[in-house]
Design a protein around this ligand. Structure first.
Ligand SMILES: Cc1cc2nc3c(=O)[nH]c(=O)nc-3n(C[C@H](O)[C@H](O)[C@H](O)COP(=O)(O)OP(=O)(O)OC[C@H]3O[C@@H](n4cnc5c(N)ncnc54)[C@H](O)[C@@H]3O)c2cc1C
Length: 426
C-alpha cells in the first residue's frame, strides 16, 4: 500500500509499540491517527488490503457524520482530505407513512444571535474515509499499518501484550484495542460475552442520481416495513446536489426477493417509495443488503484490552448513530490515554481503562435503548401506535425548546464531549 504500511514479510523481528490497534477501518483508523499524533507508537493491523478496499471492495455505505464527529475527523486530518467529497445536512425531514404530520429540523433554527448556523452534520461515503487513511498513514510519524495481515496469537500478560501476525511479525505493546467491527475475534477470545438480538430486517443500500437538487435535506420516511432514508450526497460539477444515498429497510421475508429483482423492477419498487419530489431517478452502482441487529458487550475492558466502536456496541442505523458513537469512543479513549501518560500511569492498567468504560458505556447503552425503541415504534402499523407517534412528531415540531434540544442531539453536541469533539487538540 505504501512505505509505512507493511504488507507481508518473512521477518520475525519484534515491532515495539505502545498501542496495538486490531482493525484499521473507520474507527480503528481514526483512533490510530489520534494516538500517533498524541505521541504514542501505534501498530495497526487490518486484514484488508486498504488500498484495494476503496475500489474493489466498495460496500455501498455512506454515513451521516454529526457535527461533533466531523470535528474528530478534522482534528486528526481526515477532514482536510475528504471535505470536497462530503455534503452538509442543512435540513432533516421526518415523515410517517401517508400521514400529513411531519417533523422538520432546519439548521437555521440553531443560529446564535444572527450568526451563521452550523449544519447538523455531513454525509460522507465510507470509502472516502478509507481513501483518506491511505493518504495520511504514510505521512504520520509513529504509526505503522500492517495490512493485509491478521493476528494469529495474542497474549495479554501483566506486563504487556504480545502478538504474532500471520506473516510471522511479532508486535509487543502496553495495550491492545479491538476495532474489528461487530465480529470481533479479540473480544470473543477475551471471553467477553455479547448480548444480541435480530430485528428480522435488512437495509437495502444503493446510490441514486435525480433530476432536481436535494437542497442538502436528509429525508427519513417511516414505512410499515421500517425507515426509508434518502440522504444527500455531493453531486458532480454539472449537477452539484443531484445524488443521494438510499437506506431502504425491508422485513426479512421481503428483502431477499427485492435484492433478486432485475434492474427495471428494482427501480420501479424504489420509485414507489422514493416518490417524484426530486424528479426522475436513476440507480448508479450496485445494491447491497445489511441485515440489522443490536448487540452489546458485557464489558468494554479487560486488563490491557479495550473494545471500541462496533466491537463494543452495534445498533440499528435508524438514527444514523453507529459510527458517531464509535467516534465518541475513539475521542474519549485517546483523551484518557494521553492523560494517563501525562501523569505517568500505565496505559494498559485497568484503573486507566475504567475511566474510558465509565465515560462511554452509559452513553452508548442509552443510544442502544433509544434506537431500539425507535425501531419498535416505527416498524409498526397498529392504529393507536401510529396516531401516538404522529401526534408526538407534530408536538415536537410546535415546541421550539424541545425541538432545539433534539436538533442539538442530531448534531452530537450534547453530553460530556471529549476534547476532540469540542474541536480542541488532544
Ligand atoms: C446500512 C448502514 C448504514 C449506516 N449508516 C450510518 C450512519 O449514517 N451514521 C453512522 O454513524 N453510522 C452508520 N452506520 C453504522 C456504521 O457503518 C458502523 O458503526 C461503522 O462502520 C463501525 O466502524 P468500525 O470501524 O467499528 O467497524 P468496521 O467499519 O466494520 O471496520 C472494521 C475493520 O476491522 C477490520 N477487521 C475486522 N476483523 C479483523 C481482524 N480479526 N483482524 C484485522 N482486521 C480486522 C476490517 O477489515 C475493517 O477494516 C450504518 C450501518 C449500516 C449497516
Amino acid at each position: 500500500m505504501n512505505a509505512k504500511a507493511k504488507s507481508t514479510s518473512s521477518s520475525s523481528k519484534v515491532h515495539k509499540a505502545d498501542v496495538l490497534v486490531i482493525g484499521g477501518g473507520l474507527a480503528g483508523g481514526t483512533l490510530s491517527l489520534a494516538l500517533a499524533q498524541g505521541g504514542f507508537e501505534v501498530a495497526t493491523i487490518d486484514r484488508e488490503d486498504m488500498a484495494g478496499w476503496t475500489d474493489r471492495g466498495f460496500d455501498g455505505r455512506a454515513s451521516a457524520i454529526a457535527l461533533s464527529s466531523q470535528r474528530v475527523l478534522e482534528g486528526v486530518g481526515i477532514w482536510n482530505v475528504i471535505h470536497r467529497e462530503t455534503a452538509p445536512m442543512l435540513d432533516i425531514r421526518v415523515s410517517d407513512g401517508h400521514s400529513p404530520l411531519f417533523l422538520h429540523y432546519d439548521h437555521e433554527e440553531l443560529a446564535d444571535r444572527g450568526g451563521a448556523a452550523d449544519p447538523f452534520g455531513y454525509m460522507v461515503e465510507n470509502r472516502s474515509i478509507r481513501k483518506a487513511l491511505n493518504v495520511l498513514v504514510p505521512k504520520t510519524e509513529r504509526l505503522t499499518y500492517f495490512a493485509p495481515n491478521e493476528v494469529v496469537e495474542l497474549e495479554r500478560a501483566k506486563d504487556g501484550v504480545h502478538a504474532v501476525l500471520k506473516d510471522g511479525t511479532e508486535v509487543s505493546a502496553d495495550l491492545v484495542v479491538a476495532c474489528e467491527g461487530r465480529r470481533s475475534p479479540t473480544r470473543d477470545q477475551a471471553g467477553i460475552k455479547l448480548t444480541k438480538w435480530d430485528y428480522h430486517q435488512a437495509g437495502i443500500v444503493c446510490t441514486v442520481e435525480h433530476e432536481r437538487p436535494h437542497d442538502f435535506c436528509a429525508q427519513e420516511h417511516f414505512l410499515p416495513s421500517g425507515p426509508f432514508a434518502i440522504l444527500p450526497l455531493p453531486g458532480t460539477d454539472e449537477k452539484p446536489a443531484c445524488r443521494s444515498s438510499i437506506v431502504w429497510t425491508e422485513r426479512a421475508d421481503i428483502w431477499p426477493i427485492i435484492m433478486k429483482l432485475g434492474d427495471d423492477d428494482f427501480l420501479e419498487e424504489l420509485e414507489v417509495r422514493f416518490g417524484d419530489y426530486l424528479g426522475e431517478i436513476e440507480i448508479i452502482g450496485p445494491r447491497f443488503a445489511y441485515p440489522f441487529s443490536l448487540q452489546f458487550a458485557e464489558t468494554y475492558i479487560k486488563e490491557r484490552l479495550a473494545l471500541v466502536a462496533d466491537s463494543a456496541h452495534g445498533m440499528h442505523p435508524i438514527a444514523g448513530q453507529g459510527l458517531n458513537m464509535g467516534l465518541r469512543d475513539v475521542a474519549a479513549l485517546a483523551e484518557v490515554l494521553v492523560e494517563a501518560r501525562r501523569t505517568g500511569q500505565d496505559i494498559g492498567a485497568l484503573s486507566v481503562l475504567e475511566k474510558y468504560e465509565r465515560w462511554r458505556r452509559f452513553d452508548n447503552n442509552l443510544m442502544l435503548g433509544v434506537t431500539d425503541a425507535l425501531v419498535k415504534l416505527f416498524s409498526n402499523d397498529v392504529e393507536p401506535v401510529m396516531l401516538a407517534r404522529d401526534l408526538g412528531m407534530a408536538a415536537v415540531n410546535q415546541l421550539p425548546d424541545l425541538k432545539r434540544f433534539f436538533m442539538r442531539h442530531a448534531m452530537g453536541t450534547v453530553g460530556e464531549l471529549p476534547r476532540l469533539m469540542r474541536g480542541e487538540a488532544l
